[in-house]
Design a protein around this ligand. Structure first.
Ligand code: NDP
Length: 324
């Protein structure tokens, strides 16, 4: 991996991505203004990669924060790398461009740096982001993801975005896109849950062999929101091995967890809406873990997935039944 001074790496389409990104998801209970404040702080401390989504219902505030930092001269639009995501109610090919245009409008942008399919399961189109039937079961939609992908390619050709990728795809689903007849653009990345307890070594190896970047979300052990994450799961940042390694470098477990990903060629996201922790999370470019430390951290893997998205478990294309 060649890492430029701006901490960027080159993707398979020739565009570059900053290896450390700022996560913008927060539970509904968190006021949207906090996201705006945190995004401004993130840009001030050096984050240039912002990970957003239509699904997070805060793209307007994230856009306002970015434009405020452009207006005060901290950054230009070109300095910022913004990832948007195509939600599952918009998989039908005719809905892809309008969904992207809605995101662009919320952000007041004329292009996205990266647009990814958020989740491989398709849901019934409409206003409800999680359309449920009377038995509280997701109402899925029957869409060929290859048609969705073609619509994504068309958005790139139309100049509305620079790069396209996927999220939460297993290796079989990636292979399906890669072997599409008349594939125009390969996915540049697969954004998945990845941290020392779910290090995704097999998926990472597969992605590397196909020149697809793995982007790690919940790299700090996830938001642990009660409605999504089983509270009985162990807290990643309390892990004693991470703690011991952090102590050795006079760092924090969070910094070690982020540095671990960067050193194994993974682009990593970190969410915090707390000023001190946002700053802390950016201080990961001035120390180096030894190969022994990397092996210790690798050995923590227990295939523990915090976010299982059980709502989609019975749907076609649910990605987590495969080993990787
Ligand atoms: P992370 O794993 O990045 O961790 C967030 C939690 O850790 C928060 O509770 C945060 O609290 C806390 N935290 C942050 N920094 C520190 C620190 N230095 N020390 C101690 N605690 C810390 O969370 P997410 O699960 O939100 O994932 C990150 C991002 O990935 C999301 O925001 C989103 O952009 C993306 N994502 C994508 C998904 C997908 O399906 N593609 C799914 C899930 C996430 P506090 O804010 O109080 O600091």
């Amino acid at each position: 991996m060649s890492l430029s001074k701006a901490h960027r790496i080159t993707m398979n389409d020739g565009n570059t991505i900053p290896v450390l990104g700022f996560g913008t998801y927060a539970p509904k209970s968190v006021p949207k203004s906090e996201c705006e404040m945190a995004t401004k702080v993130a840009i001030e401390v050096g984050f240039r990669h912002i990970d957003g989504a239509f699904r997070y219902e805060n793209e307007k505030q994230v856009g306002q924060a970015i434009w405020a930092k452009i207006a005060d001269g901290t950054v230009t639009r070109e300095d910022i790398f913004y990832t948007g995501k195509l939600w599952s109610t918009h998989h039908r090919p005719e809905l892809v461009r309008p969904a992207l245009e809605e995101t662009l409008k919320s952000l007041q942008f004329d292009y996205l740096d990266l647009f990814i399919i958020h989740w491989p399961v398709s849901f019934k189109p409409g206003k409800e982001k999680l359309p449920m039937d009377e038995n509280h079961k997701i109402i899925s939609d029957s869409v060929d993801l290859l048609d969705t992908w073609e619509a994504m390619e068309n958005c790139k050709d139309a100049g509305l975005l620079k790069s396209i990728g996927v999220s939460n795809f297993n290796h079989r689903q990636l292979e399906m896109i890669l072997s599409k007849t008349r594939l125009k653009y390969k996915p540049v990345c697969n954004q998945v849950e990845c941290h020392p307890y779910l290090n995704q070594s097999k998926l990472l190896e597969f992605c590397k062999s196909k020149d697809i970047l793995l982007v790690a979300y919940s790299a700090l052990g996830s938001h642990r929101e009660a409605s999504w994450v089983d509270e009985k799961t162990p807290i990643l940042l309390n892990d004693p091995v991470l703690g011991a390694i952090a102590k050795k470098y006079d760092r924090t477990p969070a910094q070690v967890a982020l540095r671990y990903q960067i050193q194994r060629g993974v682009v990593v996201l970190a969410k915090s809406f707390n000023e001190k922790r946002i700053k802390e999370n950016f201080q990961v470019f001035d120390f180096q873990l030894t190969s022994e430390d990397m092996e210790f951290i690798d050995s923590l893997n227990k295939n523990l997935r915090y976010l299982t998205f059980d709502h989609s478990k019975e749907c076609t294309n649910y990605p987590f039944n495969d080993e990787y």
